[in-house]
Design a protein around this ligand. Sequence first.
Ligand SMILES: Cc1ncc(COP(=O)(O)O)c(C=O)c1O
Length: 475
Amino acid sequence: MRTRQHALLKTYAMNAPIAASTLAQKDVANHFHPYTNLRAIEKEAPLIIVEGDGIEVIDDAGKRYIEGMSGLWCASLGFSEKRLADAAHRQMNVLPYYHSFSGKAHNVVAEVSEKLISLAPTPSLREGRVIFANSGSEANDTAVKLVRYYHNAIGQPQKKKIIARVRGYHGVTLATASLSGIPAMHQHFDLPMEGVLRTTCPHPYQFAKDDESPEQFATRCAEELEALILSEGAETIGAFIAEPVQGAGGVIVPPPTYFEKIQRVLKKYDILFIADEVITGFGRTGNLFGTDTYQLEPDMLTTAKMITSAYAPFSALYVSGKIYQACADASAGVGVFGHGYTYSGHPLGCAIALETLKIYEERDIIGHVRNVAPALQAGLQHYADHPLVGNVRGVGLIGAIELAENPKTRTPFDPKRAVGAHLVRRAQAHGLILRVMAGDAIAFSPPLIIDEKQIAELVKRFGRALDDTMQWLRA
Ligand SMILES: Cc1ncc(COP(=O)(O)O)c(C=O)c1O
C-alpha cells in the first residue's frame, strides 16, 4: 500500500507538477464546501486526502491519519477493502446501470432486497419491503412522504405531523433538515417547514435535573412527548422519528428505559415510529441494528452509510407490511406509486452492498465489534476525570467525550471559544481525525475493523490533543 501511495504521489509530481498546496488551492477556489465555515476554509484551505489504507487515510503530503470517524460514520470496512473495489468493477463491466421503474428490475436489486429482508430486525419489517435511495437524507425523505401516503391511503388524511427531537439529525433535504433539531440547519434556509413538532432530547448529562436519575429523566421525556401529543391532538400526528443513538447532535446514548417508555406512548396514540438507523445500522452498536440493541419496534427503518461501507452512495428504507399493503392498494387506485429516483437501487450500490453484507457475515464483524468495543469505551473512560472533560459516553464502537469549562457544575464552554474545534485540530496534528459535535462533544466512530492495538493508539493520540488543548486554554 505504501508503494501505491508513493507511485500516486510521484504521478502528481510528474503530471503538472501538482504540489499539495496547489491541490488545496484548486479545491478552495472552485468547491462550495458542505458543512464548513465557508470564509474560514478560504483562509485555512482543506486537508486533501489522496489515499486510504485500512483504518487510515493519507494526505497529499504523505502524512497518515487514523480515521476516528470512519469518514462520516460510514467506512466500516476501512478505506482499502479490495473485495468491494472488485465487486464494483465486476458490476460495472456486466450491468453498469438499470432501473426498477414501470415493470423492470435487475438481478442485483432483487438479490439485495431479499438479503435485506432476511436481515430485518423485527417480524413486521420482515413482512414488509425495502425501498432504495442514494443517501440517508433521501431515505428519510421517502419515509416522510410515506407517512403522508399511508395516512391518506387508510382514510386518516389529517394525521400528518411528525415529531422529531431536539438535536436529532435526519438529513438535509427540505423535509429532513426540518426534522433535524440543529439550529444551523435551519438558519437562512427558512426552515423548519410546517408540520414538524419538536420534543425533548434524551441527553441526561445536559438536560436531566440535578435530582433526576437517568430513568426518571427517561420518564419525563415520555411524559413531555405525551403532553405534546395531547396539546396538538393525536389525530393530527402521523409519526415520530428518532435515531437509536443520536450522532451529529452529540453522540447521545439514550438513558435506560427511554425507548420502552417512548414506544408505549406512541402505541397508545397510534403514531408510527421511524427508526433512523443511518449511522447505527449494520453493527455500530454491537448488534446488526440499534433496533436490536434498544428493543425497538419501528414501522419504518432507514439505513445508509455502512450498508456499502460507504464505497457507493446507497440507502434502503425498510417499510412494514402494514404500510406497504396500504400504499400498494392506494397506488393501484392512482395507477402508479408516484415516487422513485433514477438511481433507486443502482446496480453499483446493490453489488457493493451485497459484498459488504457478505464480508460482515464471513468475518463476523458484529462479533468483532463486541470484542473490541470494551477497549474503546474503557479508553475513553480513562479521560473521565480530566479537568476539561464533563461526560464520557458510548455504546459499541461509537462514543463521545463532552468537554466542559466546569465539569462539576456541567457548565459548557462558551461556543464562541470553539474549544472542541481546537482539540480536533490538535488531534489532526497528531495524526488522528475526529469531529466535534454540538455542545463540544468530540465524537468517536472508527471503522468497525479497528483492532485493540489501533484503539490504544487512537486513544493515546486523543490524549495528546486533550493536553495540548489544556495548555492552549491556560495560555
Ligand atoms: C442519523 C442520520 N440520519 C440521516 C443522515 C443523512 O444521511 P446523508 O448524509 O447520507 O444524506 C445522517 C448523516 O450523517 C445521519 O447521521
